[in-house]
Design a protein around this ligand. Sequence first.
Ligand code: CP
Ligand code: NVA
Length: 313
Amino acid sequence: MKDLLRTADLSRDDVDMLLDTAARFTTHPLHATDALAHQSVAIYMTKPSTRTRLATETAVAHLGGTPVFLRGDDLQLGRGETIADTARIISGYASALVVRTFKQSDVDQLGAHASIPVINALTDDDHPTQLLADWITIREVFGADVSGRKFTYVGDGNNMAHAWLTMGAIMGAHVVAATPAGKWAPDAAAVSAAQAIAATTGATIEVTNDVEAAVRGASAIYTDVWMSMGDPEAERTEKLAALSPFAVTEKLMALTAADSIFMHCLPAHRGEEVEAAVIDGPKSVIWREAYHRRTTIQAILYHAVRGELKGRL
Ligand code: CP
Ligand code: NVA
């Protein structure tokens, strides 16, 4: 597999290899400083980023390469140059392209026309690099055997909810998404794709509106912002009202397992999707997750440039 375009593309072997390599980069950040020597990695983003940009630029530096950051309006793409032409041009200069944008189909097109690996650094539909950071954190806390454990996403049925269900399916885990019904539920196509993977791995995928049942006995609660990048501001009041029963409170955390953790991809809005007492409390592993954005992106770049990702099919 040349690219990492979506979470569902990853095989279990890919994830295990990436998490093992990321663990090595955790203890020895500079153990492969010539992997990208005299090479560049282009990072193209049409949405803001704190973690993913920093993680990618520092990962490239640790691998001995040079990151080239391109903001949305820097490229001729905004003036009508095609995605296909842009992909070909970037392929002539860089060894990989890391891209954050709105439409998944734009990332897919970049992948189809680039000769170098294209890595999805967040679209409206998915966030694969985040899930690797989340799962190395889960592995650090609970070990590799997660049987009998339940991992619950609570909140908006957005890109993170899709990625959460998909990666849980790949890992053979019991994953749940507790979201409002209707407009802010996860996309049906994303849920059925996760279910199709689960059928081959023994995972259990649940989507529900019953937040208390969803978190009861859970080993982890994961949440995300209620207004994502690109969400229409006109819907804010309606959306926040629909999501208010899904706030992660101390009361909700009290229903989880004794050894449970609280997870969040960040950025967070304390007092909205999560209470400050939870995200800043003893069960929170948010700083470890954020730290692992670099170790995991370093692992993705290391293996993708060497052509070592196999893919699920
Ligand atoms: N979690 C995450 O992707 O953060 P940024 O938007 O800051 O990159
Ligand atoms: N759902 C959020 C995730 C941010 C990392 C967004 O897309 O804005």
